[in-house]
Design a binder for this molecule. Structure first.
Ligand SMILES: Nc1ncnc2c1ncn2[C@@H]1O[C@H](COP(=O)(O)OP(=O)(O)OP(=O)(O)O)[C@@H](O)[C@H]1O
Ligand SMILES: CC(C)(CO)[C@@H](O)C(=O)[O-]
Ligand code: BAL
Length: 339
């Protein structure tokens, strides 16, 4: 890293310096909450950090734009990097607890070399070294369009967990497949920091007016795209949810959602605002398998009582790819915390 801004919160830019700090936390038997981010912090990230502040003695936030999860054609080079802003956001976060006021304790901002000592090519065919793959769970939903994404995420999060050694960790529902896949990874790898029960999912923070899911990539949107087009994805998911609640077959629910997006595409196209659906799908929250076309809420509940369905989607607005999801059924059974 070229230069690291100064901050009131201790900033660790190497694995060795962080580990020294972490060892002291062990000595003092303090719990460590962890929030992994790629920076460009917004209120969604803040909601994760606040949870951690409320539930742990210490809270660590990592900021690392992970090359391994970007495909060669994706936006690694242009992904927003706003470290001074991020540190300011973090320094303003405070939560009152029974043991006093908690604020972020440390920020981990490693270099690419620190995280990938064997080097990292963005081209998966050229990659060498150690990677983590959660087989059978990374090819559906987001994995359909981003086939190497979850391998990149699982790899970097394993490394981050190895370094940070969190007692508890917090991921956002906005990236629901990521959070559930990581919990499975933690279980499969028998990790103790965190344990699967200590990987918590925090509800999606939304724009209070438009209900657009907050996302670092929203900064790519023009004001017109943000106002008129971006909220369409959540509206479409809600149309799908309503149809499911009314007892329609899955195929019809998805059709309703798609029609809503198509309507917007037709209306906004002449104004020069491009809206293009990538996918909307319903998947079993446990196996990630696609819900059969003929399934309805009643038949689903009769077959797999209590198991939620993930209604998720991705949509292009101009050059920006947005994702969102709604959980149909018992969110609490997935360990999603209450808002
Ligand atoms: N709106 C949100 N509500 C709750 N959690 C969120 C929200 N947006 C992001 N997160 C969570 O914050 C963590 C870090 O995410 P990340 O830094 O990639 O931000 P992002 O806004 O998701 O960025 P991107 O635009 O790349 O998707 C992840 O666990 C992610 O799910
Ligand atoms: C979990 C994560 C920080 C790994 O790079 C990233 O995928 C994200 O920000 O959601
Ligand atoms: N929050 C997901 C990170 C990514 O899209 O790369």
């Amino acid at each position: 890293m070229a230069s690291v801004p100064t901050s009131d919160i201790p900033l660790f830019s190497s694995v060795a310096s962080y580990r020294e700090w972490r060892r002291k936390a062990y000595d003092a038997t303090q719990s460590v909450g962890f929030v992994a981010t790629m920076g460009a912090l917004h209120e969604g990230h803040a909601s994760l950090v606040r949870r951690s502040l409320a539930e742990n003695d210490l809270t660590v936030v990592s900021i690392f734009v992970n090359p391994a999860q970007f495909a060669p054609h994706e936006d690694l080079a242009t992904y927003p990097r706003t470290l001074p802003h991020d540190l300011e956001v973090l320094s303003l976060l405070k939560v009152q607890t029974t043991s006093g006021v908690h604020s972020p304790s440390a920020v981990f901002v490693p270099s690419v070399y620190d995280m990938y000592p064997s080097g990292i090519s963005q081209n998966p065919a050229e990659q060498k070294g150690t990677f983590v793959e959660v087989k059978g769970f990374g090819h559906q939903m987001e994995g359909t369009t981003r086939p190497t994404f979850f391998r990149g995420v699982a790899t970097v999060v394993t490394k981050l967990f190895n370094v940070i050694e969190p007692t508890r960790t917090y991921f956002g529902q906005k990236d629901i497949q990521q959070a559930l896949l990581l919990r499975r990874m933690v279980r499969d790898l028998l990790l103790s920091h965190p344990t699967p029960e200590n990987l918590h999912i925090v509800p999606t923070a939304r724009d209070p007016t438009s209900s657009l899911a907050l996302s670092s990539r929203n900064t790519y949107l023009t004001p017109a795209e943000r106002e008129h087009a971006a909220p369409t994805l959540y509206a479409a998911l809600n149309a799908g949810r309503d149809a499911w609640a009314a007892g329609l077959r899955k195929a019809e629910c998805i059709q309703r959602a798609r029609e809503l997006v198509q309507g917007k595409t037709n209306v906004l196209g002449p104004d020069g605002i491009e809206v293009k659906l990538d996918y909307i799908e319903m998947n079993d929250a446990d196996s990630f398998e696609v819900v059969p076309e003929n399934e309805s809420r009643t038949s689903w509940e009769a077959e797999v009582a209590g198991r939620p369905v993930l209604l998720s989607g991705a949509m292009w607005v101009g050059k920006t790819r947005l994702i969102d999801n709604i959980i149909l059924g018992n969110e609490a059974s997935l360990g999603v915390l209450r808002p």
